[in-house]
Design a protein around this ligand. Structure first.
Ligand code: PMP
Length: 412
């Protein structure tokens, strides 16, 4: 009798070909070349499951939600609210704590207007980090707060001691990016949340670059607010969510007024709908919610552990490949890093590099990536950024490296 049992796989292997086959856009031919799509931190491509969910909604269920009694309105409302349940389940939280927004940017603006601004005293600060996206800086300034930034070390990691020293009685809120879109640095948010909360300071986490790459459990994170965008996680553009502690949502006044967010309206005054609806004025992006839920289901189907392992392996492969290119300087080499490779090439302007890469079928982003203070910190106006997703493989990295060698030759 054979009593041998195979040891369980530590990580389920990812079937790259099968995954790619689900993204029709990856078959596009760009300037006669195979597409190597490495601009995933800007936005990811969408799998058939998401395309189908959007298409099916518009073909079979399109109507406005929450208002009419007819069958299509019932279908739309059922799909829309079921999407909220699926999204809440993905993040291990309650549906009432999920406010649908246009994305991370709108979520942060909502917190700035409805939570921060009414609590601000003169001299109050929001403690951010030197690697924040503009959307985690400007809304606090617009609300009237002073933004104080904890410094970034040379490897692109956060100077945690300096961050700690900047927590003060004036700190009204801590706002921190979970994964830097420019460097890939993964911040120790659990530790930061715990330290800020121990001092009674609320914490907002910008999860825009995190949710497609790592499991986020909102029940245990301990933060006060969490923001993300569907389009960076294989979902549609212009849709996202704000998660918040229920007591904050109950206490906060709505930011925008209009249909759906009210309970009663009269010329003498109005009263608000229950959470989360009191923050969702106007006709929502119904297909956005349905598409986001489909995207998160798709991610769960592949498995975040397998996705993370695949992207990590590719990041290591890519780092080595890029370090072999003469004149290339990688910016952001923190020990704890997600799949982002930011770099400059000698004296060549990143935009020129990006244009040559495009001619070779390689899609990357060039610019300041909405992190101007971070570019200043590293003394560069812009970088070239290659960012990874689950459908990328070594062939994409090889194509990038070959195109970069060509760019280095042409631009030297
Ligand atoms: N924060 C980070 C870290 C981001 O990468 C982005 C998108 N580049 C945003 C916030 C803003 O997201 P959105 O444009 O979807 O609102």
């Amino acid at each position: 009798m054979n009593d041998f049992t195979a040891p369980p796989l530590l990580q389920p292997a990812l079937q790259l070909d099968a995954i790619r086959a689900q993204f029709p856009i990856l078959g596009e031919v760009i300037h006669g070349k195979r597409l190597a799509y490495l601009d995933n931190a800007a936005t990811t491509q969408k799998p058939e499951a998401v395309l189908h969910a959007l298409d099916d909604y518009y073909r079979h269920a399109n109507a406005n939600v929450h208002r009419a009694v007819h069958e299509l309105a019932a279908r739309a409302t059922t799909r829309y609210e079921a999407a909220r349940d699926r999204i809440a389940a993905f993040f291990n939280t309650a549906r009432e704590q999920i406010v649908f927004t246009r994305g991370t940017t709108e979520s942060i603006n909502l917190v700035a207007r409805s939570f921060l601004q009414p609590r601000l005293q003169p001299g109050d600060e929001v403690l951010v980090t030197g690697m924040e996206h503009h959307s985690n800086i400007v809304p606090w300034q617009l609300a009237g707060a002073k933004t104080v930034a904890a410094p970034v070390l040379d490897d692109g990691s956060l100077d945690l001691d300096a961050w700690r020293a900047l927590l003060s009685p004036r700190t009204r809120l801590v706002a921190v990016v979970q994964v830097s879109n420019s460097l890939g640095t993964i911040n120790p948010i659990a530790e930061m949340v715990a330290e800020a909360k121990a001092r009674g300071i609320p914490v907002l986490v910008d999860g825009a670059q995190a949710i497609a790459h790592t499991q986020v459990d909102l029940a245990t994170l301990g933060a006060d607010f969490y923001c993300c965008s569907a389009h960076k996680a294989y979902g549609p553009t212009g849709f996202g969510m704000l998660w918040a502690r229920r007591e904050h949502l109950e206490a906060m006044q709505p930011w925008q007024g209009g249909g759906d967010m009210i309970r009663t309206v009269s010329f003498g005054g109005s009263t608000w709908n229950e959470v989360p609806y009191k923050f969702e004025a106007g006709t929502p992006d119904i297909s956005g919610a349905i598409g986001f839920a489909a995207a998160l289901d798709w991610i769960s189907g592949v498995g975040l552990a397998a996705i993370a392992a695949h992207e990590h392996e590719l990041l290591e492969y890519g780092t080595e490949a890029l370090m072999g290119i003469p004149g290339l300087r990688l910016i952001g080499t923190a020990a704890d890093k997600a799949g982002i490779l930011s770099f400059v090439l000698d004296q060549a302007h990143p935009h020129d590099v990006g244009s040559i890469l495009d001619q070779e079928g390689v899609a990357v982003r060039t610019g300041h990536h909405c992190t101007m203070p971070l570019m200043e910190r590293f003394g560069v106006p812009a970088t070239v950024r290659a960012s990874l997703a689950v459908y990328n493989g070594r062939d994409d990295i090889d194509q990038l490296a070959a195109a970069l060698k060509k760019a280095a030759r042409l631009l030297s």
